[in-house]
Design a binder for this molecule. Structure first.
Ligand SMILES: Cc1cc2nc3c(=O)[nH]c(=O)nc-3n(C[C@H](O)[C@H](O)[C@H](O)COP(=O)(O)OP(=O)(O)OC[C@H]3O[C@@H](n4cnc5c(N)ncnc54)[C@H](O)[C@@H]3O)c2cc1C
Length: 335
């Protein structure tokens, strides 16, 4: 067991957790960041690293992974402890500090906690296909990390939401053929994109609708054929190189649900002016928090990181008075 001492423990190394290291660091507050995934970046790195983002202020366009690399660079001067591959599980409230335990048996003593856990310790919703795990990361992928492996290939994409439709459009640019599988006629994705996808039927997209998934055949992790069935159980074979099921994420806050915080529909309620949860010294920022008018956007989370960092200052440094300063005045890492 490793024992770590810090001012603020940040649960979640998504974009918002990473930016909070910077905001805390600028105020002379030490932080340690924990994530259950094996890399930093949260949804940006795990789900859409190669997608362009258009609504980060001052970046007309930036790829999700590039944004994470920049955030990593921005937090580096503050030298945070980054613990990956472990979930934050249990907390003990010691009145003016917390003891926190992770699934790798690390024990972290901290004055405050920032929960930046997004949708929770997330994983993809998997289709109910026997033996699918034998094909995972070889010919079945739940997210796209490297588009180029799909060039000139045949891809079966299943799902009816934004991810399925967006990726079908994007990958159709270089793929040989896309089979788009959905169990209903109606797709839930943005209507404009659904229209665009339909127009690609003339090019290289074939709709397999309304069909459900049945089974996969193949060898050594490589798909040979995907079997689908219609509502009358008539089966159809699809010869494909890859299968990308996009059935959303399971969003379960997991152990955080046992921390006795006020929760509404799996999201933590906070006071918007401080981002404080229902418990003193625990703040929630980014997708995991809610208040009236909350927008689940990266830029909103960045602002919440700054608000929470200022709000916790007096708890971390009760002996000091916080004088607000712009970064242009203060510079970097000078407290
Ligand atoms: C396909 C797609 C496109 C998007 N496009 C945009 C866009 O254009 N613009 C925009 O602003 N937003 C976009 N978003 C939303 C954006 O990605 C999220 O708002 C953002 O990632 C939220 O950041 P976060 O840091 O709050 O949480 P997340 O990115 O979800 O990160 C949370 C992290 O916490 C970790 N975690 C959870 N629980 C625990 C625990 N108990 N212990 C340890 N670690 C834990 C998770 O593993 C995860 O890494 C998009 C989302 C998707 C899926």
């Amino acid at each position: 067991m490793k024992k770590i001492n810090t001012d603020v423990l940040i649960v979640g190394a998504g974009p918002v957790g990473l930016f909070s290291v910077f905001e805390l660091g600028q105020l002379g507050i030490k932080s340690c960041i924990v994530d259950c995934l094996d890399e930093i970046g949260g949804q940006c790195s795990a789900l859409y690293p190669e997608k362009p983002i258009y609504d980060i202020p001052a970046y007309p366009v930036i790829n999700a992974q590039e944004l994470i690399l920049n955030l990593n660079k921005q937090m580096k001067p503050f030298n945070p402890k980054v613990l990956l591959n472990q979930q934050v599980e249990k907390i003990i409230d010691l009145d003016n500090s917390f003891k926190v335990f992770t699934s790798s048996n690390n024990e972290i003593s901290t004055k405050c906690i920032f929960i930046a856990a997004g949708n929770g310790a997330f994983g993809p919703n998997k289709p109910p296909i026997k033996n699918i795990e034998k094909f995972e990361n070889k010919s079945v992928f739940y997210s796209v990390k490297n588009k180029s492996i799909f060039d000139d290939k045949t891809i079966a994409i299943a799902g009816g939401g934004d991810s399925a439709v967006d990726w079908a459009i994007e990958l159709s640019k270089n793929a040989r053929k896309i089979f788009f599988i959905h169990r209903r006629e109606k797709l839930r994705a943005a209507p404009k994109n659904v229209e665009m996808l339909k127009s690609l039927e003339k090019k290289n997209v074939e709709f397999i609708i309304p069909f459900q998934l049945d089974s996969i055949n193949g060898k050594d992790g490589l798909i040979n054929e995907l079997i689908v069935k219609d509502l009358d159980n008539n089966k159809k074979k699809i010869n494909t190189d890859f299968f990308l099921p996009f059935f959303g994420l399971s969003n379960d806050l997991g152990p955080i649900k046992n921390w006795e915080l006020e929760i509404e529909k799996n999201i933590l309620k906070v006071d918007q002016s401080t981002c404080k949860t229902s418990k003193d010294r625990i703040y929630a920022i980014g997708d995991v928090c809610t208040y009236n008018g909350k927008l689940k956007l990266i830029l909103t989370g960045f602002s919440e990181a700054a608000i929470a960092a200022h709000a916790c200052y007096n708890t971390v440094h009760p002996e000091k008075v916080l004088h607000f300063e712009y970064s242009t005045t203060k510079g970097i890492n000078k407290t």
